[in-house]
Design a protein around this ligand. Structure first.
Ligand SMILES: Cc1cc2nc3c(=O)[nH]c(=O)nc-3n(C[C@H](O)[C@H](O)[C@H](O)COP(=O)(O)O)c2cc1C
Length: 185
């Protein structure tokens, strides 16, 4: 798939299955590392979670959920615990913000977001399904501690990766004029 075709056709895949090959994964990682990055701060790092570690992540999610909602029923907690099993591979995109005289925090977090978007595209270009997710589990202190985040770090997103289960949704033509207007001063 050429670059423009990938850019124009990317869609998220909520239902993921199978495995992701090592070659495909490495290509996805390489794409992240070419994200735009003011002053080359490398304001990001990524955790790769697969196999049984997804169950450990599920346990962590359940503990975190319980801390916020102590009244959650066992059924609700079981659903939370199963969330990481929705894909064979999960990448955790972590923004790592440092003090810098000309690069504010927002630029560093955006750079991490750009890295995640590049990975979505690299996955799509190789026929690998992907979905960017956040939700409460991205912003919970217990999850942050369990994943080893430092005080200057935050989760920008979880990328769920795998083989696409079912048909990808079809997308219509984009409404370019609704979002792009020439400025004439
Ligand atoms: C920062 C960010 C966080 C997101 N978090 C979630 C999420 O927690 N759950 C969800 O269903 N979609 C989430 N999405 C949206 C999906 O990744 C996806 O973009 C959306 O469903 C639209 O589908 P499309 O990418 O095929 O256009 C998030 C997107 C972004 C950019």
């Amino acid at each position: 798939m050429d670059a423009l075709q990938a850019l124009h056709s990317r869609v998220s895949s909520p239902r993921l299955t199978g495995e992701v090959g090592n070659r495909e994964l490495r290509n996805i990682f390489k794409a992240a590392l070419r994200a735009p990055d003011h002053a080359q701060l490398r304001p990001w790092r990524f955790l790769v979670i697969k196999g049984d570690e997804r169950n450990q992540l599920g346990e962590l999610f359940a503990r975190a959920e319980l801390s916020v909602n102590p009244d959650h029923t066992p059924q609700m907690l079981a659903k939370t615990k199963a969330k990481p099993l929705r894909a064979p591979v999960i990448l955790v995109g972590i923004a790592k913000v440092v003090e810098h005289k000309s690069v504010p925090e927002i630029e560093q977090v955006l750079s991490c977001g750009a890295a995640l978007q590049s990975m979505l595209l690299a996955a799509h270009a190789q026929g690998v399904g992907a979905m960017w997710r956040t939700g409460g589990m991205a912003y919970n202190k217990i999850v942050h501690e369990g994943l080893g985040l430092q005080s200057n770090e935050s989760i920008v997103g979880y990328l769920y990766l795998g083989q696409i289960d079912g048909r990808s949704k079809s997308i219509g033509p984009p409404d370019i004029d609704a979002y792009f207007q020439e400025w004439h001063g």
